[in-house]
Design a protein around this ligand. Structure first.
Ligand code: C5P
Length: 329
């Protein structure tokens, strides 16, 4: 009993000291969250606002959103957060064919080539970061969204999607290009590469593609020497991909996993204050194709992805005014 009382007093003293430190010395909200349980902090402090006039995503009071949005999940792999809990590691391994690579060694080699610090932990009352997530749908054609897309702080594009020749509809700026080895394309010096690691070999590939180019094949022949600025390369966290799979899409099947577009959308919601979405879904004739390809497909090709749940979730985000979805028509 006495021991219990004693511990209680120590806990109260520690808690008061932490709150005092946070208040007086303005220790960051993130740091404080690491010290004490998340929900407790959310209770003590109001959600973090931002400087945007339209909306501050992370500060939304929407209950549906709050059940899904977990601010504590790091979107980008860093030296300090690279250890994967066993259940996440198992899930990630289940997406790939058996890998014999040593994960810790792969991470060590990665961060000997690209920055190992955490990116984008800079949310706060003075930040208003607007982001355009640009998917590859043919519904962009004739939309005239180009100048509007270019007007965002960050413009996320995916895979090999070109801008040359389509500027009027898709814009010309790209701040981040999200890709995996099989969908890779060369980048200019100003664009961030965000690797989607669907397998351990993908991380090994990015390290190799920025150095000796020794990996020439993954699932098939891939670019082995990639033009990209090493300091601007980041890798989406496998635990973040698991969080999108589990918490946002509630996918039970081990065989399916989130699509590139959906992963990028949730990624943007974690690093931006305001998110606008373009180039997702079919065009007005129900055609599901890429804006840069001349081979319209009249069926919804979502492959291993849970297209239905993704679509419903995007529409729900739009309905709740958490994002703006621009469908071109
Ligand atoms: O086809 P690809 O994977 O390169 O497209 C990138 C993303 O763009 C997809 O994951 C999807 O979210 C989005 N997309 C779409 N509708 C299309 C084509 C692509 O929503 N017709």
């Amino acid at each position: 009993m006495r021991l219990c009382k004693y511990l209680k007093v120590i806990f109260m003293v520690l808690l008061s000291a932490t709150i005092f430190t946070v208040t007086v010395h303005k220790v960051s909200y993130e740091h404080f969250k690491n010290l004490v349980n998340n929900s407790m902090v959310d209770h003590i402090f109001p959600k973090e606002p931002c400087a945007c006039v339209e909306r501050c995503l992370a500060a939304s009071d929407d209950e549906w959103f709050a059940k899904r949005f977990r601010k504590d999940v790091s979107p980008v792999l860093a030296l300090s957060n690279s250890i994967l809990p066993e259940h996440i590691f198992k899930w990630w391994q289940s997406l790939q064919s058996r890998s014999t690579a040593n994960y810790s060694q792969v991470i060590k080699e990665l961060f000997s080539v690209v920055p190992g610090e955490e990116w984008y932990r800079d949310a706060g009352p003075s930040r208003c970061r607007t982001c355009a997530v640009v998917g590859n749908s043919g519904n962009l054609l004739g939309s005239h969204y180009g100048p509007f897309i270019d007007n965002h702080d960050f413009v996320f594009r995916m895979n090999k999607a070109p801008v040359e020749g389509y500027e009027k509809d898709v814009g010309s700026r790209t701040t981040h290009r999200i890709m995996y080895p099989e969908s890779a394309s060369h980048l200019d010096n100003n664009t961030h590469l965000v690797l989607l690691p669907f397998k351990t070999l993908d991380i090994q590939w990015v390290t190799s593609a920025l150095t000796d180019g020794s990996i020439k094949r993954t699932r098939f022949k891939v670019i082995n020497q990639l033009q990209a600025t090493r300091d601007k390369v980041m890798v989406m966290h496998p635990a973040f991909m698991h969080y999108v799979h589990n918490t946002w899409l509630h996918i039970k099947s081990r065989r399916s996993y989130p699509s590139t577009g959906f992963l990028v959308l949730i990624f943007a919601m974690h690093v931006c204050d305001e998110v606008n979405v373009f180039g997702f879904g079919a065009n007005s004739k129900g055609t599901w194709h890429h804006y840069f390809e001349n081979t319209p497909k009249f069926f919804k090709r979502t492959g291993k992805h849970s297209g239905g749940i993704e679509r419903e979730t995007i529409l729900e985000l739009q309905k709740r005014k958490l994002i703006d979805l621009y469908t071109g028509w």
